[in-house]
Design a protein around this ligand. Structure first.
Ligand SMILES: Nc1nc2c(ncn2[C@@H]2O[C@H](COP(=O)(O)OP(=O)(O)OP(=O)(O)O)[C@@H](O)[C@H]2O)c(=O)[nH]1
Ligand SMILES: [Mg+2]
Length: 481
């Protein structure tokens, strides 16, 4: 599956049109393919921008025709695709570690596809998604967290996400895991010596010393795990569901937060039937807003399904915005009992089904109309006039309770978090084995736990990762990355 022996090609820039588009070729034949594509007699100078004319191979200008040995002047002109800049990065100093050629042509999908097809005719193979980065990993140019950081950096939708991904690409996490691994290695070596050479006095590996050493390693794992929740939220973002009775202005609040007329707004109660979601950047946090159907008892089966979906969306959200209408006190009815959304009314019952582990933010909309009620804990806004929206954004971020000023977390990815937890549990077991046995240190037991911990950390960096895990990680990438 993971062959690195052939030469791969793909468009590395996003689909669509632009000033420049880049075709990337990587592998042992990259340089030859580039020379054939450009009809160049001499070698490309490494890491120099060289202006070239890219052309189709003569025998590919018209399909099925006998390849012409002598190319006429007009045929040669016909076969020219574009003027481009070629940059050649010889192995090992390239992105993938193989020979890499990047052809920067004009950013037209037609031109770029023609260049890719021409490269295939010259012997290159179309790259699989993530295959360039996979090669970088297999060639030791990046470790696994760094390869994963490439995908995160490309996917980032807020500056904070981009910075945390860049830290990981720079090796912050790699360095922390490396330090843990080195400490574990020393400890394991000491215990193994104690088992293997008891007569040399190693036998008396001091339990207190071993215990202290494990504690020191656990300090590092605990620190990593402490920042993990914040890291995961920065990377994956939050879901905020907008809930309330029909016609209170949920879709209007949603549109105002998104900054576009994304959801349909009408004066007819029951306008929204399905969930509508959109991702926005709120003070650096990636937030997926979900607009929902107004909650009421209804005989309409479409609306009723919509109401069920609203309840479902509220139950999985990190934060629920409960929207009510300041001009209509009945929009509060049955929704709130002191601070929680609980009541005996039918509507309240539907909402009672929502496990409100999620936080709740109370939004009083239509502040531009005559006020019929007020609540201290409500954020007053007018979605149509735009008043109070900045305050609402701030309150949402505050309610999500992420400290944006704190240091950027080193660990953000669920796979890494699970493995650090696994390593930490093994360390805890090793620690209790040391404690439980006092002076008679059960080296074998402690050793087995420490080895398991080490295995988990090596799985993070990719030193011990199965093909399945790799395939899963690189599936996330798109072609050309
Ligand atoms: N005056 C005023 N009218 C508003 C405001 N927000 C929404 N409206 C009006 O209220 C009506 C309902 O707005 P929507 O945003 O569709 O309400 P909704 O809660 O999504 O309604 P459903 O989807 O039917 O549950 C529309 O006529 C809006 O123009 C506001 O802040 N002030
Ligand atoms: Mg609506």
């Amino acid at each position: 599956m993971f062959s690195t022996l052939d030469t791969i090609v793909a468009i590395a820039t996003p689909p669509g049109r632009g000033g420049i588009g880049v075709v990337r070729i990587s592998g042992p034949d990259a340089h030859r393919v580039a020379r054939e594509l450009t009809g160049r007699e001499t070698e490309f100078q490494p890491r120099y921008a060289t202006l070239v004319t890219v052309r189709l191979k003569p025998d590919t200008t018209s399909e099925g025709e006998t390849p012409a040995v002598v190319v006429s002047a007009s045929r040669r002109t016909n076969s020219e695709i574009d003027q481009a800049i070629v940059t050649f990065f010889p192995t090992p100093n390239s992105y993938t570690g193989d020979d890499v050629v990047e052809i920067s042509a004009h950013g037209s999908p037609v031109v770029l596809t023609a260049i890719v097809n021409a490269a295939v005719t010259c012997g290159a193979r179309l790259a699989e998604p993530g295959e360039f980065t996979l090669r970088a990993f297999l060639n030791g140019r990046l470790d696994l967290p760094q390869a994963e950081a490439v995908a995160d950096l490309i996917d980032a939708s807020t500056p904070l996400q981009a910075r945390t991904a860049f830290d990981q690409l720079n090796g912050t996490l790699t360095e922390m895991i490396g330090a843990i691994d080195r400490a574990l290695f020393d400890l394991i070596a000491q215990l193994e010596a104690s088992i293997d050479f008891p007569e040399d006095g190693y036998h008396f590996a001091d339990p207190a010393e071993i215990g202290d050493a494990i504690d020191a390693i656990r300090q590092r794992t605990t620190a990593l795990l402490c920042s993990a929740r914040r890291g995961r939220l920065i990377r994956e973002g939050f879901t905020v569901a907008i809930i309330g009775k029909p016609n209170v202005g949920k879709s209007s609040v949603f549109n105002a937060l998104v900054g576009a007329r994304r959801a349909i707004v009408t004066a007819v109660p029951g306008t929204t039937r399905d969930l509508v979601s959109e991702t926005v950047d709120l003070e650096g946090l990636r937030v997926t807003l979900v607009d929902t159907a107004g909650i009421r008892e209804t005989a309409d089966i479409v609306e009723s399904e919509g109401v069920s979906r609203s309840v479902g969306a509220a139950s999985v959200a990190d934060l629920v915005l409960l929207v009510c209408d300041l001009s209509d006190p009945s929009t509060l009815d049955g929704l709130l009992d002191s601070n929680a959304i609980v009541s005996n009314s039918n509507i309240g019952d539907r909402l009672k089904a929502v496990p409100y582990s999620a936080k709740l933010l109370f939004v009083a909309n239509k502040a531009d109309l005559a006020r019929t009620w007020s609540r201290k804990d409500a954020v007053e806004v007018s979605a149509t006039a735009g008043s109070g929206m900045d305050d609402l954004r701030r309150r949402i971020v505050r309610a999500l309770d992420v400290d944006l000023q704190a240091d950027r977390p080193a660990i953000t990815n669920l796979r890494h978090i699970a493995l650090v937890e696994q390593g930490d549990r093994a360390l805890q077991r090793a620690r209790s084995a040391v404690l439980d046995h006092g002076e008679a240190l059960p080296e074998e037991f402690v050793l087995a736990d420490l080895q398991e911990a080490r295995g988990a950390f090596e799985e993070i960096t990719g030193r011990r990762t199965s093909d399945d895990v790799l395939a899963h990680i690189f599936e996330r990438f798109c072609i050309g990355k």
